[in-house]
Design a protein around this ligand. Structure first.
Ligand code: P6P
Length: 326
């Protein structure tokens, strides 16, 4: 019966992406090969986290393990795994990682057409490159609207990979017995409005007026509705995952200390903004649509408000009001 059919019709992430790409006549499977190498990196991080326990393997770099070897932090190891997997895929020409001060220009012999910007332990997104023979760091400084895919992998009691290649958002859960990511959250759509706001209230002293007013309206609603709940984990991937599934708003606003906020444009703001829009939500910087931003440097930061369509509309109105009042 139906259940058995689903059980035997394994929709793995590789098969899903292959199906998606086969819609494009010119597709030669490059993107599918790229995604499968990113997935390999995620499987590595997932097994490392589960094997060695978060606390231990996240030990400070410079610690030594029982063999007296240099103990590397998980993000350093993961970065090496992702960089090597991406270069060996033969489908990338330029890599920007949160862990590397400089962009990595892939050796010509191993070059492909994709630019990948990623935080080895947060979000990642892909952009098309122009001329792969003359690759330069400037090729990574494109607006978020030129993204062709974005995703994140969340490590916890289970390992979930959330991905969009421009036709909606889908979630895949790692089945350790198969070593495969299986489709478990097809066509994720964020609720139009939400009951949760997610922000680091510890920064409230330094917030600007629109942020202060919005959070005030969450706690003391003037329209007779119930107050919103505050949920803030402090890991963007986890806070975004909850917002995508249950609705609400995630905010990392500018404040007096950090006029550009804290989150990085290329590999935090862009991938999560892309996913939110693909899921029917919005992403706003306080000044503009987040995906319209054009970064000047590869580690630029930007304030970001993203989540349910209606919540972001309210945020945009507050910024428009504040601008009108000068
Ligand atoms: P704060 C984690 O360090 C991170 O880069 C994001 O994943 C997270 O959303 C944010 O910083 C948390 O920052 O200042 O609230 O601790």
């Amino acid at each position: 019966h139906e259940g058995d059919a689903n059980r035997t019709d394994l929709m793995t992430i590789t098969r899903f992406v292959l199906n998606e790409q086969s819609k494009y006549a010119e597709s030669r499977g490059d993107f599918t090969i790229l995604i499968s190498h990113i997935v390999l990196g995620c499987k590595f991080v997932c097994s490392s986290v589960n094997k060695a326990g978060l606390a231990k393997i996240l030990g400070l770099a410079g610690d030594t393990n029982v063999q007296g070897e240099e103990q590397k932090k998980l993000d350093v190891i993961s970065n090496e795994v992702f960089v090597k997997a991406l270069i060996s895929s033969g489908r990338t020409c330029l890599l920007v990682s949160e862990e590397n001060e400089d962009a990595i220009i892939v050796p010509p012999a191993q070059r492909g057409k994709y630019i990948v910007v990623f935080d080895p332990l947060d979000g990642s997104s892909n952009i098309d490159c122009g001329d792969t023979n003359n690759v330069s760091i400037e090729d990574a400084l494109q607006p978020g609207s030129s993204l062709i895919a974005a995703g994140y992998c969340m490590y916890g009691s289970s390992c979930t990979f959330v991905l969009s290649t421009g036709n909606g958002v889908n979630g895949f859960t790692l089945d350790p017995s198969l070593g495969e990511f299986i489709l478990t959250h097809p066509n994720i759509k964020i609720p139009k409005k939400g009951k949760i706001y997610s922000v680091n209230e510890g920064n409230a002293k330094n917030w600007d007026e629109p942020t202060t007013k919005y959070v005030e309206s969450c706690k003391f609603p003037q329209d007779g509705s119930s107050p919103k709940s505050l949920r803030y984990i402090g890991s963007m991937v986890a806070d975004i995952h909850r917002t995508l599934l249950y609705g609400g708003i995630f905010m990392y606003p500018a404040d007096k200390k950090n006029p550009n906020g804290k989150l990085r444009v290329l590999y935090e703001v862009f991938p999560m903004s892309y996913l939110m829009e693909q899921a029917g939500g919005q992403a706003f910087t306080g000044k503009q649509r987040a995906l319209d931003l054009v970064p000047e440097k590869i580690h630029d930061r930007s304030p970001i408000f993203l989540g349910s369509y209606d919540e972001i509309e309210q945020m945009k109105e507050l910024y428009a009001e504040s601008k009108a009042n000068g």
